[in-house]
Structures are given as C-alpha cells and as structure tokens.
Design a protein around this ligand. Structure first.
Ligand SMILES: *Cc1c(COP(=O)(O)O)cnc(C)c1O
Length: 374
C-alpha cells in the first residue's frame, strides 16, 4: 500500500477527476456549481474501490445535481440542522449534554461524504485553527463536569502524528477527563493511515475509544480488516456508527451483512442515524419507518451484539433520541403484554397481581407507563 499521505494527495477533487459521470458538457458545467458549493474529495484508495455509478460507495462520495435542488428547498432543510453553532461556548466545541463534549480538531476528511451533516464547513480551508483548539482544550480544563470528550471534525486522524500526540497529551493531562473518544471515518476509508507509529501514540492515552463510521459492507476490505485488527490489538474498544441512506443501505439484508461483518472484526455497532435534515442532502433521506423496519429485522433474528441503537438527532439541537419498533401490546398494573421477534404474543404478570392486590383499578391508574402501538 502507498503511504496514506500519498493516497490523500492523489484524491479526486475536481469534476474531471470523478469516475462514471455523464460526458455531457452541460451536465459537467452544472456539476461544477455543486463542487463550488460543497467541496469534493475521494482519496485514491477509496476511488479504487468504486465499481460503477450504481455502486453504494459511488453514491456516498460523487456529487450529483440533486444537491443543488436540495439546496433550494430552504424550508425544512438548513445548513446546521442540529444547531451545533448555537451550542458552542467556544469555537468548534459543542457542549450539549451535561458531562460530555464534542471537540472539532480539524475540518478535513479522507473522503467528503455527500450526505455530511456538517456539509456547511467540511473541506473548506481554515475553520479550525491552533487557537480554536487551544480554547477548546482550555474550556474542558475549566469545566470539571466534563468527563468524556469526542474528538471529531472533520477527521481527527488526518492530523499528523506529532500534533495528534500533543493534543491527546494535553487532553489526558486534564484530571477530570475520564475517557477520550475519536470519531473517525479513517479506518474504513483510508486504512493505510493506521500505522505502527500511530498505534504507538494512541495506546499511551487509554481509556481511548473509537467511534468509527461504516455505511456498507463493501467498505470492509482486507486492508480495513487489518487496520481494525491493529486498533483492537492495542486495546481500543471499537464502535461503529452508520447513517441510514437511501440507495446505499436502506435494506435489511445489507444492514445485517454490515453489522455481522463489523462484529467479526471486533467492531461493535453503536448507532444507526436517521439522516439529518441538512441542506444539500435531501435525496439521501428515507422514512423513519424504514429505520424501524431494519431494527425489527435485526432484533432477535441475529446476535443482539449486532443490533445498534436507531436514533434521530433531534432537529434544532435536542440531542439523540432512540427509537425502537414497538413490542408492547399492553402495559398496566397487572400485566405487560409483549410481542417477540416472531410476532408471538406473551404475557408477563406484574408482582402486584401475584401478591393479590386489586386487579380492577390497575388499568386506569397506569395508562402513561408505556406507549401503546398505534
Ligand atoms: C453524539 C454527540 C455526543 C455523544 O453522544 P453519545 O450518545 O454519548 O455517544 C456528544 N455531543 C454531541 C454534540 C453529539 O452530537
């Protein structure tokens, strides 16, 4: 494998570099507009995996004119759907939950995903600076309630080894910071970046967790498997996050294959995200029911370990909300009636019933205990 820096410098970044796009000069001219609005990057490793225009990998990284249409639809779609810029006490640090923060340490990625929730800033020069980073670390140091930091971006692993070592060292010197997480798409899209030298740095900063990003089983190549093994071998608990994307992975069989392939590589599926309402990405969105159906098709049918949480990141900055397919038929003081993965119905008696307390007035009292299926 070529060194990762070379794979990155040989990225497709212009319309003429893109594979499998129509020859029509008019189309290419309009596509140029898309590229001006939202940067393009496909590193040479990822580019080599793309088989054709219907390829799930192609769809994730090659711009299309639909991005312009989605841009015009300014009613429901916005540049910052999660209101991240509002929840930033200092630049590039999002403090939304009580005890943990998201720290953006750069804004470059090994590939630029067309569905990116931070489409407003990813791939543009000069968003994160040494000074914003200093302020972010300072903020964490001054807030003892923060016990968990998620390094994000952009992709933290595109930062050179020496700089990453310095940032991790500074974070680790903060006594109240219990865990450090790295949010990255690097292991799955630029596996050559996972070098022995990087591993020797990372392993100094335990407890260190990885939240990786995988959307399709075709991303898990032998190179990616090796990168995951190197990370697992230095004791990093590996997790994966997936975005539910129309035409890429909105299919139970594809999702199941992805989740099982991750587990085989010691990666625990953590979240499936409903696609955010981000400007320029509308054509990737599916119904919420699609996500629920996928979870239903996984739960019970395969290892529980393979079933991630399905979440909507609440528009406007409400944070992640977990959704589950409904399995409760009835829930009252006497009993809970539930369905299993085969659709069979079971009754669980509440302890009150066994103890001989009243069974007549139970129902009316506990109507709000659990949501009933519609
Ligand atoms: C997702 C997210 C986190 C981490 O959430 P967990 O559920 O703990 O993984 C923290 N901060 C922000 C702003 C997030 O979007």
């Amino acid at each position: 494998m070529e060194p990762w820096q070379q794979q990155l410098s040989q990225s497709a970044v212009k319309i003429k570099d893109l594979p499998f796009i129509p020859e029509s000069p008019e189309y290419r001219e309009r596509l140029k507009k898309v590229g001006e609005l939202y940067p393009i990057r496909i590193n040479s490793y990822f580019l080599s995996l793309i088989k054709g225009p219907d390829d799930p990998l192609w769809k994730q990284v090659v711009p299309t004119l639909e991005e312009l249409d989605d841009y015009i639809d300014g009613d429901t779609l916005v540049a910052d759907p999660l209101n991240e810029e509002v929840d930033m006490p200092v630049p590039e640090l999002v403090h939304r939950y009580p005890d943990r923060v998201l720290l953006m340490i750069n804004n470059q990625c090994p590939i630029v995903c067309r569905f990116c929730t931070r489409k407003r800033k990813i791939g543009f020069p000069g968003v994160v600076t040494r000074e914003t980073l200093r302020q972010g670390i300072e903020y964490i140091r001054n807030h003892p309630e923060i016990r968990d930091v998620i390094m994000s971006g952009g992709d933290p692993l595109l930062v050179p080894d020496k700089e990453l070592d310095r940032i991790l060292g500074e974070l680790r010197s903060i006594p109240h910071l219990e865990i450090i997480r790295i949010g990255t798409r690097v292991p799955g899209t630029l596996p050559a970046r996972i070098t022995e030298n990087l591993c020797s740095i990372l392993k100094k900063y335990h407890p260190l967790y990885f939240n990786m990003h995988f959307n399709h089983p075709a991303e898990i190549t032998p190179e990616v498997e090796k990168a995951c093994a190197m990370l697992a071998d230095i004791g990093i608990p590996l997790g994966s996050q997936t975005v539910l994307l129309k035409g890429v992975n909105d299919d139970s069989q594809v999702m199941k294959e992805l989740m099982l392939k991750l587990l085989k590589n010691r990666v625990k599926p953590y979240y499936i995200y409903q696609a955010d309402m981000t400007e320029g990405t509308d054509h990737f969105r599916t119904s919420v029911q699609k996500g629920l159906d996928i979870i239903k098709d996984l739960m019970g049918h395969t290892s529980g370990m393979a079933v991630p949480y399905f979440v909507i990141d609440a528009p406007g900055g409400g944070g992640k909300v977990r959704l589950l397919p409904n399995s409760v038929v009835e829930h009252n003081k006497d009993e809970v009636v539930i369905t299993n993965y085969e659709g069979k119905v079971f009754r669980y008696s509440q302890p009150e019933r066994k103890n001989g307390t009243s069974s007549q007035n139970g129902k009316s009292k506990n109507q709000d205990m659990c949501q009933l299926p519609s």
